[in-house]
Write a protein of this length. Structure first.
Length: 104
């Protein structure tokens, strides 16, 4: 996707916002918008959208990891680590999550 490759983030944001207008309770769309804001370094909006996604679906390892990444960037290390642990419990073979959980 455009977001994962860090290209055309503003275009991706525009498309994701159009999608969320059609399905405002779509957790994947909310996460995508939040992750775009994360990539654009707007942590406040990123956290707002990804928290909304977690409220809809709280058992998705990727969404939990994204929220953890935002909290980590906001120096909320303990909260971030808790989210990484929850995500790892859902995706036990994820090496990236294992590394994040082991960070001190």
């Amino acid at each position: 996707s455009l977001v994962e490759r860090d290209i055309e983030l503003n275009k991706a944001l525009t498309l994701a916002k159009k999608a969320i207008e059609l399905e405002p309770d779509n957790a994947s769309y909310l996460d995508t918008i939040g992750w775009i804001y994360f990539k654009l370094n707007n942590m406040e909006k990123a956290q707002s959208f990804i928290e909304a996604s977690v409220k809809i679906i709280d058992n998705n390892a990727i969404v939990l990891e994204h929220l953890g990444d935002i909290l980590m960037k906001n120096n909320k290390y303990a909260d971030a680590k808790d989210l990484y642990k929850r995500a790892l419990a859902l995706d036990k073979d994820n090496l990236r999550l294992k590394e994040k959980v082991s960070l001190e």
